[in-house]
Ligand binder design. Structure first.
Ligand code: OAD
Length: 275
């Protein structure tokens, strides 16, 4: 048993709270590229645009028909993927710990939900590719990407037949992907900013899985968890921006694939504090 997993089990066994913070690395074993790896979405970009330009409100506001196809292609790719043992292990932890478990995910691929992580204990801090909302904010709802929309391949363009399905049913403005863009800010309403920070503050263990630490809220959560004296343990193939926080907390990095390590941790937690 990995020594750090033993320490997690001890903290959690005494009634402690576990917050799992996940990133693209947990879905890599399902075949979804990460963002910053060699084959990453952000590394390769689209044919003509760097993602930092494409994944912005500014670009969407000026040309929604440029932005939508890229998101619909990504959605098709995510729908083709299946949850892996890493996702399932987090469901097992949720079942073992109940309301002492919170999942905070940066992933918009929907694999945690499809694996069975309950929505009321899952914060999707970067949104969800399966949902859209009114770009004019005429209402405060999100709704599913319509089933009637065809499957997009890379490079497909929006056609007149697609367009009505990408409009707000209330006001007919363009719908937009329900994701956080580079020129937008975290908030509570759409992205559970305050809830995630509260979870980090209450955590006895912050488990950071498969994320490089390139975004703001996850790093704030790590900083908060450190101040609150949580144990921070990271599962990653390599060091990340979280690694120093983990060491400072008395935890550290467990090096290896999430799909192999998380099931081991889930089994350890299921066996209780004194196994
Ligand atoms: P990154 O691509 O930045 O980092 C992926 C991390 O996963 C790296 O640290 C890898 O070493 C690690 N990794 C890869 N395969 C793994 C495996 N099998 N097991 C464990 N770890 C593995 O992706 P994120 O950190 O998720 O935001 O990126 C954060 C955010 O940046 C994304 O949500 C996205 C992007 O801009 C938005 O779109 C708002």
């Amino acid at each position: 048993m990995v020594e750090l997993f033993e320490r997690i089990a001890q903290r959690i066994g005494d009634g402690g709270e576990l917050v799992a913070l996940t990133g693209a690395g947990i879905s890599a074993e399902s075949g979804i590229p990460t963002f910053r790896g060699d084959d990453g979405f952000w590394t390769r970009g689209s044919t003509n645009y760097r993602p930092e330009e494409l994944a912005t409100w500014r670009t969407f506001a000026s040309d929604p028909e440029l932005v939508w196809p890229w998101y619909l292609w990504r959605l098709a790719r995510c729908r083709d993927a299946q949850p892996n043992p890493g996702h399932t292990a987090l469901v097992d932890m949720d079942e073992a710990l109940g309301n002492r478990f919170t999942l905070v995910t940066q992933n918009v691929d929907g694999l945690h939900s499809r694996a069975g992580s309950p929505e009321h204990r899952s914060y999707h801090i970067h949104g969800n590719l399966e949902r859209m909302r009114c770009s004019a904010e005429c209402n405060a709802n999100t709704w599913p990407v319509p089933d009637a929309l065809r499957v997009f391949a890379k490079g497909d363009a929006i056609t007149p037949a697609d367009e009505p399905l990408l409009r707000c049913p209330s006001c007919d403005a363009w719908a937009r992907p329900h994701v956080l863009w580079f020129d937008e800010c975290y908030d509570e309403k759409w992205f559970r900013y305050r809830s995630s920070m509260s979870a980090a503050m209450a955590a006895d263990v912050l488990l950071v899985v498969g994320t490089s630490g390139s975004t703001n809220l996850p790093m704030q959560m790590a900083s908060q968890a450190l101040r609150s004296k949580a144990l921070i343990v990271e599962i990653n193939l390599r060091e990340s921006a979280f690694s120093d926080y983990a060491v400072q907390s008395g935890g550290g990095l467990v090096t290896g694939p999430a799909g192999t390590l998380l099931p081991k941790l889930a089994r350890r937690l299921a066996s209780g504090s004194s196994a």
